[in-house]
Design a protein around this ligand. Sequence first.
Ligand code: ASP
Length: 342
Amino acid sequence: MKPRILIIYTGGTIGMIEDPVSKALRPFDFDHLMENVPKVKMLDYDIDNIQFDPPIDSSDMSPEHWQHMARSIADNYEQYDGFVVLHGTDTMAYTASALSFMLQGLCKPVIITGSQLPIGEVRTDGEENLITALQIAAARDRDGRAMVQEVAILFENYLWRGNRSTKRSADHFNAFRTNNYPHLAKIGLGIDYDHDALARNPEGPLRVALELDTAVISVDLFPGLSETTLRHMLNTPGIKGVVFRTYGAGNAPTAPWFINVFREACARGLVVLNVTQCLNGAVHSNRYVAGDLLAATGVISGHDITFEAAITKMMHLFGKKLSIAAVKELIATPLVGEMTIE
Ligand code: ASP
């Protein structure tokens, strides 16, 4: 049986061409993409595709697009062995995180990839990324089950867990990495999987959660953030959740006004998740007084979660229309391998 793979082409640099007049990159049609990669035919897979109409620069990505992708995967889940999503790099980590919460209990791979150079360019990284993503989507383990049973990002030399990934470079071919989780595979002469890092899910039905609630904001801490500005942000009408990006191990100012603002916000029922601004490491609320005081206001530790996973996890949990207490409990609980609690 040939592997059956569904490609969902959303847009991004991988499928862009240069506008002859303005010289800016603009999206083009999927057929051109496949025309530019004749090698795909050598894989001898059954490949179908769905494409966004029109394809988008991923800067235009929205929760509605995530719903469209998740629905396309859920509707076709039984018919295919794996899914490859072609996507711009700018918001790829957000999409990977969102899809991981929307499609739980995956027993099949959802591999997201793109490229830094358009696929029509001589030195493109897109051709290799597309072909490797297809091979990973078709790969089986020794028991004949899908090798990858989660949403993952394939880029250049590595396969990463999607909801742990961050775009780290606007220039390098190795544009992604996970700062708090090992790679799922290293791509060299072969594809070398890290079996301890790969998720293993019991056979069972896919649990699809399409609803997302965007009533969330982020607040970035910096020396000089004023009480007026902070109060204004935390009183934004209609918001339910805040991802609060703090210093180091989850530290924030100890000034009484600062602590009061958060105490009042949490007492009003706002869910505030503490995520570190550091690329690597986790929130340890009790390491310093500065973190301890914040935790006492009701702010919840996000441990080593990425910003991208934190914001999409909040959208997912509020989308489920749970009680505030339930959201607070689940936001602090790893759901799909997105964080590690030490
Ligand atoms: N702006 C592009 C996008 O995210 C960049 C890329 O594809 O790498 O769609």
